[in-house]
Design a protein around this ligand. Structure first.
Ligand code: 5GP
Length: 116
């Protein structure tokens, strides 16, 4: 699916607030932040979700994605206070955009894993 919003951001068809980029990843602020810091890290390859990326991403792409998550969190000043990373998958995971993305949430206590 190359019509989803993140594919359009990667092609430069719609803008984003970029915070980091490397050969294999792009990171930008979420348009509807759920915490004082809410950054999305995406691979440049068109992987649907983490399961697809784990099965089909190259070792270089996978390493770059992991490195980007750590780098972006550090650059955002989240390392000391801690943060949460989340990647939603499919219907039960409540994934809305079918291009792999890792949410990085921080800047305040993020609360329990699930609202009860
Ligand atoms: P999901 O529910 O798929 O895990 O998360 C999708 C995320 O993408 C949501 O947090 C949503 O706010 C964000 N989002 C949707 N459209 C845009 C957009 O056009 N720009 C940016 N920066 N984020 C978006």
């Amino acid at each position: 699916d190359d019509t989803n919003i993140f594919a359009k951001i990667l092609r430069g068809e719609i803008p984003c607030q970029k915070v980091d980029e490397c050969d294999h990843t792009l990171s930008f602020n979420d348009i509807s932040p759920q915490a004082p810091t809410h950054i999305l890290v995406i691979p440049k390859g068109s992987y649907i979700d983490m399961a697809d990326f784990a099965a089909n991403g190259s070792a270089e792409e996978q390493a770059a994605f992991l490195a980007a998550i750590g780098r972006v969190a550090d650059q955002a000043g989240l390392a000391e206070g801690g943060y949460r990373i989340i990647s939603n998958i499919g219907k039960n995971g409540h994934q809305e955009v079918p291009h792999l993305h890792m949410h990085i949430l921080g800047g305040e206590p993020i609360g329990p894993m699930r609202a009860r």
